[in-house]
Write a protein that binds this ligand. Structure first.
Ligand code: ATP
Ligand code: MG
Length: 137
């Protein structure tokens, strides 16, 4: 089995969608092995999205990600990274498949409700960015 990092982003926490998103994650059969609510500083958001530092949307994205609380979680299951990205849907909700989290809930390409790691190496880095061993089941 495999682990991935999920973030329920500020747009979703703000609209009380945390429970609805977690239900979709659990209905998919992914297991929550660590979870907490945090409110990131700008510096913490910049650190998390360091790989996107050169992208034109970096400043706006990191402002958004520290605009309110988020729920970070580590998810576990067979093929968890790909399964969670499929459940999230495309980055831009206009392109997301029916029944995906982003199709149902995302507001636009930036305020798109959830984050999921894009590969095994980034998953390991991202999980350890938020959780230490004592915080993981
Ligand atoms: P995530 O990494 O959050 O799971 P993703 O892998 O689908 O999403 P990335 O290309 O890694 O998308 O972009 C990271 C995040 O940056 C997106 O989820 C979105 O919030 C924001 N973003 C991506 N593209 C744009 C854009 N063109 N304009 C504004 N924000 C964007
Ligand atoms: Mg990404």
């Amino acid at each position: 089995s495999e682990r991935t990092l999920s973030i329920i982003k500020p747009d979703a926490v703000e609209r009380n969608l945390t429970g609805a998103v977690l239900k979709m994650i659990q209905d998919e059969g992914l297991k929550v092995v660590a979870m907490k609510m945090i409110h990131m500083t700008k510096e913490q958001a910049q650190g998390f999205y360091a790989v996107h530092r050169e992208r034109p949307f970096f400043d706006s994205l990191t402002d958004f990600m520290c605009s309110g609380p988020v729920v970070v979680a580590a998810l576990e299951g067979d093929d968890a990274i790909a399964r969670y990205r499929k459940l999230m849907g495309a980055t831009n909700p206009d392109n997301a498949d029916e029944g995906t989290i982003r199709k149902l809930f995302a507001l636009d390409v930036e305020k798109n409700t959830v984050h999921g790691s894009d590969g095994p190496e980034t998953a390991a880095v991202e999980i350890s960015y938020f959780f230490n061993r004592l915080e993981m089941v």
